[in-house]
Design a protein around this ligand. Structure first.
Ligand code: PLP
Length: 461
């Protein structure tokens, strides 16, 4: 590897005390090499060039280069400028734990889709088309709410597929649900609101975000009908009505009405996290909660499950009265979401490719779910499996004294990645395993379940 640098005029070259020019230059170059500023493989300027830059004679620079070559800090090359040698400048950095950790053999991580299904060729075509059609101003600073064509496409699509009532003026493009939540929390904070209810169990990162904003987390239990509304006491509540995360229950009709009544009565904000509703297999579609009371709901959507988390593309549909504050929050956070990515997504939607991709992915996930449910039934017929009608994960309920965290820890040792239900709980205590099937090809699911059932057998005995 060689990198070119022909300019070392910035070198802090200043002889100290009675130091000779040669000694001063050697010290200066060595400091830069040892500190890692001049990295191994970087080419140094020709002696003539460096001499001119530092106001030295060429002989001084050549002598110092020669000495550094002898000492191994620099490598000379016939007819080329010298290179910084591969002498470790600083103690070698310790490998980060993420890097050192080996990948699981069987990955039941419940929050991730199969990124190998990402339609890269179609995405690139959509991106290319978006870039070709875009006037130069698209590369300038952009409107914080997002690109209008995408906001229009989403308003249409969300109305058609989720029963969301949205005008493009109320759609804000964000970098994933993560940012949507962050912006809403900023708004709540600046309105002097202090408490946010979350479902118990729910996604732990949500709680971290709430606390990071100095707001208080209030846990609200979940049962087979979704979040329990009775006793709800906070300024806003984050809910996953279509497919509760992680239990998989669907928010029932009566609970939806109770929730909306609660928000109306208390001036509360409902934050609807519709993170995986596109993957529905064998149940009737349930309309988004937003459709019931658009003036009380902030509706959050993402491509993290449908395309890939790394795109960091999501949207929020907010009531009229929240648009300006959300736009301001977005502007302060990062000005706007990368414009060409937004326009590429618009092209993918407009061409029908987004829907076709969903159809393909739905078939794949459905097959995996079926194989997983069958394998689990065979391996542990006594265990109840929940939340299978939608999404890319399910829950295996365990009898209560069973320590799900211990099972997850043993599974990890055996190369099986999965989450215990307790990881998502706050006060509630129910033992269970949350198994994602996004990342496991159906051909390996039976072996994965076999391996898991050996661990389960020890705990269920
Ligand atoms: C409950 C829930 N909401 C949202 C998301 C997606 O978040 P993002 O859009 O920031 O990738 C996930 C991903 O796992 C999730 O589990």
């Amino acid at each position: 590897m060689t990198e070119d640098t022909d300019d070392l005029a910035w070198l802090p070259f200043a002889p100290q005390g009675r130091e000779t020019l040669r000694l001063a230059l050697r010290r200066t170059l060595l400091d830069a090499i040892r500190s890692g500023t001049l990295r191994p493989g970087v080419s140094l300027p020709a002696s003539r060039v460096l001499a001119r830059q530092l106001g030295l004679s060429r002989g001084v620079v050549s002598d110092v280069y020669e000495q550094l070559v002898t000492e191994g800090y620099v490598m000379s090359r016939p007819r080329l400028t010298p290179l910084v040698g591969s002498v470790p400048a600083l103690p070698a950095p310790r490998p980060k734990p993420e890097v050192a950790r080996s990948a699981p053999v069987y990955d039941f991580t419940p929050t991730t889709p199969d990124t190998s299904l990402f339609p890269m060729r179609r995405w690139l075509m959509a991106y290319q088309e978006a870039a070709r059609r875009a006037p130069a101003r698209v590369l300038d600073y952009r409107e914080s709410l997002g690109e209008l064509p995408l906001r229009q496409a989403l308003a249409d699509r969300l109305g058609r597929t989720r029963g969301v009532i949205a005008d493009p003026a109320q759609v804000v493009i964000v970098q994933g649900t993560a940012q949507a939540l962050d912006l809403l929390l900023r708004v709540l904070e600046s309105r002097g609101r202090s408490t946010v209810c979350v479902e118990d169990p729910s996604f732990p990162t949500q709680r971290e975000r709430i606390r990071a904003h100095g707001l208080e987390v209030v846990a609200q239990p979940v049962d087979g009908q979704g979040v329990v509304v009775e006793g709800l006491d906070c300024d806003a509540v984050i809910v996953t009505p279509a497919h509760q995360f992680p239990t998989g229950s669907v928010l029932s009709g009566p609970r939806r009405r109770e929730l909306v009544d609660w928000a109306t009565r208390t001036d509360g904000l409902l934050i609807e996290d519709d993170y995986d509703s596109e993957f529905r297999y064998d149940r009737e579609p349930v309309r988004a909660l937003q459709g019931l009371r658009p003036d009380r709901v902030a509706y959050l959507g993402t491509v993290s499950k449908t395309l890939a988390p790394a795109l960091r593309l999501g949207w929020v549909v907010v009531p009229d009265w929240l648009v300006d504050e959300l736009r301001q929050a977005k502007r302060l956070a990062d000005d706007f979401t990368p414009a060409l990515d937004q326009l590429a997504l618009e092209r993918l939607i407009a061409s029908g490719e987004y829907d076709r991709q969903l159809k393909r992915a739905r078939q794949v996930y459905r097959r995996r779910r079926d194989v997983l449910v069958d394998a689990l039934h065979q391996a542990a017929p006594q265990l109840r499996i929940e939340g299978i009608a939608a999404g890319v994960h399910l829950v295996v309920a365990l009898p209560d004294p069973v320590d799900d965290a211990a099972i997850a820890a043993e599974a990890k040792e055996a190369g099986i990645a999965l989450d215990p239900l307790s990881r998502f709980q706050i006060h509630t205590r129910r033992s269970g395993l949350v198994l994602g099937y996004g990342r496991l090809h159906e051909s390996v699911i039976p072996a994965a379940v076999q391996a898991l059932s050996r661990i389960l057998a020890r705990h269920l005995a």
